[in-house]
Design a protein around this ligand. Structure first.
Ligand SMILES: *[C@@H]1O[C@H](CO)[C@@H](O)[C@H](O)[C@H]1NC(C)=O
Ligand SMILES: *[C@@H]1O[C@H](CO)[C@@H](O)[C@H](O)[C@H]1NC(C)=O
Ligand SMILES: *[C@@H]1O[C@H](CO)[C@@H](O)[C@H](O)[C@H]1NC(C)=O
Ligand SMILES: *[C@@H]1O[C@H](CO)[C@@H](O)[C@H](O)[C@H]1NC(C)=O
Ligand SMILES: *[C@@H]1O[C@H](CO)[C@@H](O)[C@H](O)[C@H]1NC(C)=O
Length: 703
């Protein structure tokens, strides 16, 4: 997109200072139109702000009262004012993500209230068998042992006869969704014509084995070994006899880990990848039979030695292959155990509670050793909802939209779509598909889509029948059947010429997604939910929360412009000056206790935060001019404009001590204080005195 953008205008035609301003106008329109469309049915009456007394307003009021500390002066510490009482683990996004999970759970636990196409009840059947812990416990490790036999057994069970390495690997990848040495998946290339190709990437490893720099690495390894021994015991073998297999698993994984590029190195390289033919790949990494493994995994695509795949790190594959070749000569049996150990971890969500307990114990022990919080233990329903979402996304997406976009929003949108004030949404029916309206901008043709995507609503018989999903006899078998069915559906989707798969985001997700090939930004329905958005909220709440989130995501499309040399059409010196100013502005705030961070790493996010607040505020003010009548929250002594800032901050609420030092975002205190102190509107509406922390003597106002 960026290249298309700059290709359209050369520095001569484009007056330097206008570029950023034009972008800002574009974003402003996107947000005003977007939120207006969602809010259409709610025309407010009267003049002065009237208190909103509905139950949705009561809920958000309760949230604000519970999370903030109103005895703190807003001009000194707005973060504590808004988030002072936030629970130690609660972040706004996490809370919304969990609420969306609960919404899906409600759907899955009331199957009778939905009209389902044939085949769709399999989604409910899957969820039920996931929740049927009685049956899962009763089956114990039996189903897993059976899977291991299907794979040709393993040395640990005593009667293993050497099987073909390539064949086992190909089975693991194609039938069990397990990728022990590298990952392979289908994804469109980021360059025109954006064809979907097979991509080969690094495998995903246990983070535990990456912690070489930890002082008690040896102890971590010992805990890991204990964990593997527990697995072996659960599979009915004596751990003392398989000590070498388990040690080998750890050895290989830590060797492979060392060959990986660190996150930092990857970022430095950007998303560089290389197109190579399968034949070339075979020569670079001969230990693996690439053609047969990939063919098995991606059938019915038809591959040949000259098929080109996108490889993300050729050096890793080469070194990995060398390691395997060396080990295959001496330790073929250990490698078999290696692959099975990895598979057991991949399948662990489908195994009985003793396997989960082993995993939990490992996480807890390593947490104690490293001082990091162990992985949170989620209730079973949450894991089951997550898996059902992944395997039956087409069905659940449609039900989620029906559940979350109530008839009020529904008709609000219908009215909006026939109004002359708003660009006509492209698809005119069914009704929900008008929500993701299309906005063709004069500048960039950027499309902004909101709520559910069309595909979630379009009746597509093929995607609603899960003919290939076999429920039973054990939950593990059901789980594996779903893995295969999903893989088949993904491949089928890519084989069709229809391109909307590129910007599919699950509607319960919170991540806005930008598709380069389609130039489309999608805000999923899951994000436009309380407490970030509700048609019945005061507009200040919607613009402060949902509006600023949308503005931030849109601004990120233009990140490139802020990088050195990224915007030849801009006034580079003025831009550098503004960025430096922003850096200083943030640096002036005290760093929250226990966190150290690097301003230059967070600069792009800081710029987006500051810009998002400014743009959302502007959009809100424009909206107020167009439509008078605004509500406020009773019992919260805030004017509509003050409420806007309060709502902005609520999105950021999070315990600052949970900040990851590698995070590219600033700590939450700064994400509130930085943008607010850069906003003259904030100072004005809260009447901050000269010299107050959030009323600095100079501002940057990059956007
Ligand atoms: C709220 O802020 C006041 C003033 O800073 C402080 O004394 C009080 O302890 C805070 N209350 C809570 C619950 O944190
Ligand atoms: C805060 O966390 C505790 C447990 O840590 C929980 O019992 C309590 O309900 C939480 N409070 C709120 C307001 O979420
Ligand atoms: C040996 O393999 C067969 C299948 O080939 C299996 O049925 C049997 O249980 C295995 N024996 C042991 C001791 O695991
Ligand atoms: C890969 O192997 C080569 C030669 O054996 C070595 O020089 C290089 O450092 C290795 N790369 C990584 C990332 O381990
Ligand atoms: C796997 O297949 C490749 C390509 O045919 C071959 O070079 C390699 O030796 C095979 N590996 C094993 C362990 O048989």
């Amino acid at each position: 997109f960026i290249s298309r953008f700059s290709a359209q205008r050369s520095p001569e035609e484009q007056p330097p200072t206008k570029t950023l301003r034009a972008l800002k106008t574009l974003l402003l329109f996107s947000i005003i139109l977007g939120l207006s469309l969602l809010l259409w049915g709610y025309v407010f009456q009267g003049c002065g702000p009237s208190p909103c007394k509905t139950s949705v307003c009561q809920d958000i009021l309760d949230l604000y009262l519970a999370s903030g500390n109103t005895s703190v002066a807003p001009c000194t510490d707005f973060f504590s004012f808004a988030c002072g009482n936030i629970n130690r683990t609660g972040s706004s996004f996490q809370a919304l993500a969990e609420e969306n999970r609960r919404r899906v759970r409600r759907i899955l636990e009331t199957p009778g209230s939905w009209h389902l196409a044939p085949g769709e009840e399999k989604a409910f059947g899957f969820y039920n068998s996931c929740m049927n812990t009685g049956a899962i416990e009763a089956a114990g490790a039996g189903p897993l042992r059976q899977v291991i036999e299907e794979l040709g057994g393993w040395p640990i069970s005593g009667n293993w006869t050497v099987s073909d390495f390539n064949q086992t690997l190909s089975l693991l990848m194609s039938q069990y969704g397990h990728f022990p040495f590298f990952r392979a998946y289908l994804q469109p290339l980021p360059t025109p014509p954006y064809l979907p190709v097979i991509q080969i990437d690094q495998p995903e490893f246990d983070v535990l084995l990456e912690q070489k720099q930890e002082t008690n690495y040896a102890q971590i390894l010992r805990e890991y070994l204990n964990y593997l021994n527990r697995l072996v015991t659960l599979l009915g073998r004596d751990p003392s006899q398989v000590h070498d297999d388990a040690s080998f698993f750890i050895f290989i994984n830590s060797q492979l880990n060392q060959m990986l590029k660190s996150g930092e190195q990857q970022r430095a390289q950007g998303k560089v990848f290389k197109m190579v033919t399968i034949d070339q790949l075979q020569r670079v990494a001969p230990a693996i039979d690439w053609l047969s493994c990939l063919q098995a995994t991606f059938a019915p695509m038809s591959l040949s030695p000259s098929y080109r795949v996108a490889v993300h790190d050729l050096e890793y594959l080469k070194n990995m292959s060398q390691l395997l070749e060396k080990q295959l000569l001496k330790h073929r049996d250990f490698l078999q155990s290696h692959m099975i150990f990895g598979l057991v971890r991949t399948l662990s969500p489908a195994l009985d509670s003793q396997f989960q307990e082993a995993q939990r114990l490992l996480s807890q022990k390593v947490g104690e050793l490293t001082g990091r919080p162990p992985m949170p233990v989620h209730p079973r329903w949450m894991m089951c909802v997550e898996k059902t979402e992944a395997f039956f996304e087409p069905t659940l997406a449609a039900l989620f939209i029906q559940e979350t976009f109530r008839p009020s929003t529904h008709s609000a949108v219908r009215e909006g779509s026939s109004s002359a004030d708003v660009p006509p949404p492209l698809p005119t029916q069914p009704i929900f598909s008008t929500l993701p309206f299309l906005m063709v901008s004069m500048l960039t043709q950027l499309q902004v889509k909101m709520g559910p995507s069309e595909w979630a609503l379009k009746p597509d018989p093929a995607r609603q029948e899960y003919d290939d999903v076999q429920l039973g006899p054990s939950f593990l078998q059901t789980f594996l059947s779903c893995i295969r069915s999903r893989q088949a559906r993904v491949i089928q989707g890519f084989l069709q010429p229809f391109s909307s798969h590129r910007w599919q985001v699950p509607p319960w997700g919170l991540k806005a997604s930008y598709s380069i090939p389609d130039n489309v930004m999608v805000f999923p329905a899951g994000l436009l939910q309380p407490p970030f958005f509700h048609p019945g909220y005061p507009r200040a709440v919607n613009f402060g929360a949902a509006g600023s989130i949308m503005a931030r995501e849109l601004l990120h499309i233009f990140d490139q412009l802020l990088l050195p040399g990224g915007c030849p059409a801009c006034d580079t010196r003025a831009l550098q000056k503004a960025l430096l100013c922003l850096e200083r502005l943030y640096a002036a705030f005290p760093s929250p206790r226990g966190t150290s961070f690097d301003v230059s790493r967070t600069l792009l996010e800081d710029a987006a935060d500051a810009g998002a607040l400014a743009i959302a505020l502007k959009a809100y003010k424009k909206r107020l001019v167009l439509f008078r009548g605004e509500t406020i929250l009773p019992g919260l002594d805030l004017s509509p404009r003050q409420l806007f800032f309060r709502s902005y901050a609520q999105v950021m609420c999070r315990d600052p001590s949970t900040q990851d030092p590698q995070d590219i975002h600033s700590p939450p205190t700064l994400r509130v204080h930085g943008p607010l102190s850069d906003s003259p509107g904030f100072t004005r509406h809260f009447r901050c005195p000269q010299g107050a922390l959030l009323n600095p003597s100079s501002r940057c106002q990059l956007w």
